[in-house]
Write a protein that binds this ligand. Structure first.
Ligand code: BES
Ligand code: MN
Ligand code: MN
Length: 459
């Protein structure tokens, strides 16, 4: 029997056990944003370390950072073969509003061939897929066809603030030929894809204060500015009605989409009506002059992520709020620089904000956009592997989401990344009822195994 057939047989044979093990992983509430889950985050790191040890990786250890530990493990006994740096994250997003989950977020439940739990798609399920591909080789052949280093972090969902410095100070440990990442959705159900671009991010909190405490709106209404109203005006000043961002200089470094790329995207099987209906939106909206995919993948945005001010309980309360708060963020594209954008945003905010309120801006997470030269040998190897795992040739896509460390891998290590994700656009990442299709999980394990084999065949 051919070597790869043996591997695939092993994966097929152990399909159900993999799902049971994945349930254990998904039951750990490793929410990096919430300090009360610090122990769970560490437990997930340890669980990951044990899983990669049992799969057959060596020198497995938790490497401390000023925040959550990174899990590292390696197998480096394929001299002359390429070295893969496999990156993923074991931390997950918060689960609220928890009452909207059909089953509890940390009690993984299979319904109709999909596993529902926080982290199912983003990213534990996809990390586990690569762990099981390693296991299949090690248990079946006692070796891997390539060298591999696993590098699984625990702060991706809070912006990977400590990872940049870690990568820069561990260049030798992380030295490799290619980074492999599975932390994105595929283009559509039945349409596997390779992602060659991610947007960057610049995130801020705006705090406005009008007075030292809330005021009776009858006694004082007319005497002072209302910070909620000022906030609404300030936010409204950020974008014009055609969706264009008004921060001076914001578009200076934006690389325009090429006609060639736009033409490729128009060929993708994208059904705008279905997309709109699935989102439940009465009408789509975005910067004019661009298609929906162009806006999401290739254009920057300014969004309000949250708003808080005044009385929001039941009934009515006549009050002028003392404070108003907004969380806002911008998705960035090549070659926008998050630091430069932050300076431009803060300057413009101070300019449009009237003197009637005190304004405070706090900069939060961020990272640069990333784009691959997608016609390299590793991408082509991934294309062949996906074709073998899913029975379909993958399409090439970009994504609107961000993985801050990817541009650092490029800059600091000089290593290209290949993003092959097996989530789905309706996976509900960051939302209630997050899920992963178990068919895609299974095919993803097979495709990962083929990916190692294909990369081993490169010279
Ligand atoms: N897996 C996502 C990134 C992603 C989302 C890639 C959609 C492709 C499509 C990742 O876990 C994530 O959520 N990233 C954050 C980064 C932020 C916290 C700095 C994001 O995009 O909001
Ligand atoms: Mn993720
Ligand atoms: Mn995420």
């Amino acid at each position: 029997m051919m070597a790869m057939d043996q591997i695939v047989d092993y994966i097929n044979l152990h399909r159900d056990r993999y799902v049971e093990e994945l349930k254990q992983y998904l039951s750990i509430p490793s929410i990096s944003a919430l300090p009360q889950h610090a122990d769970d985050v560490r437990r997930a790191a340890e669980w990951t370390a044990t899983a990669i040890t049992e799969a057959g990786l060596e020198n497995v250890r938790l490497l401390e950072t000023p925040g959550n530990p990174v899990v590292y493990g390696e197998w480096l006994h394929a001299p002359g073969k390429p070295t893969i740096l496999y990156y993923g994250h074991y931390d997950v997003q918060p689960v609220d509003p928890v009452n909207l989950w059909t089953s509890p977020p940390f009690e993984p439940t299979v319904r109709d061939g999909e596993i529902f739990a926080r982290g199912a798609a983003d990213d534990k399920g996809q990390v586990f897929m690569h762990i099981k591909a390693v296991e299949a080789f090690m248990k079946q052949q006692g070796r891997l066809p390539v060298n591999i280093k696993f590098f699984i972090e625990g702060e991706e969902e809070v912006g990977s603030m400590n990872l940049d410095a870690f990568v820069r100070s561990h260049q030798e440990l992380l030295a490799s030929d290619v980074v492999v990442i599975s932390d994105s959705p595929m283009f559509d159900r039945g349409v596997p894809s390779i992602c060659y671009g991610l947007r960057g991010l610049a995130y801020f909190q705006i705090d406005l204060r009008g007075t030292k405490s809330d005021l009776h709106s009858g006694s004082f209404g007319g005497a002072v500015a209302n910070p909620a109203f000022v906030l609404a005006n300030v936010l409204a000043a950020m974008k014009d009605r055609s969706g264009r961002i008004k921060i001076p200089g914001f578009y200076d470094d934006v690389r325009e989409l090429t006609e060639e790329e736009r033409a490729e995207w128009r060929k993708l099987p994208f059904n705008e009506t279905r997309y709109r209906k699935e989102l439940g939106a009465p009408k789509l909206f975005g910067e004019s002059g661009y298609t929906t995919l162009e806006r999401v993948w290739g254009r920057p945005t300014f969004e309000v992520n949250g708003l808080l001010s005044g009385f929001t309980g039941e009934g009515a309360k006549t009050v002028i709020p003392a404070v108003a708060m907004a969380k806002v963020s911008m998705r960035l594209v090549p070659a926008q620089d998050p630091d430069k954008i932050a300076a431009q945003f803060e300057a413009y905010l101070k300019k449009v904000c009237p003197k009637t309120v005190e304004v405070k801006v706090t900069r939060m997470q961020g990272g640069k956009a990333w784009m691959a030269e997608f016609d390299n040998k590793f991408v082509r190897a991934a294309g062949r592997a996906i074709e073998k795992g899913f029975g379909k040739t993958p399409v090439f896509n970009r994504e609107g989401g961000s993985i801050p460390v990817v541009s650092t891998f490029q800059e600091a290590l000089g290593v290209p990344s290949v993003l092959f994700g097996v989530g789905l656009p309706d996976e509900n990442a960051h939302a209630p009822d997050e899920k992963l299709d178990l068919g895609n999980f299974h095919n993803g394990i097979i495709a990962s195994a083929y990916l190692y084999d294909e990369i081993a065949g490169l010279t």
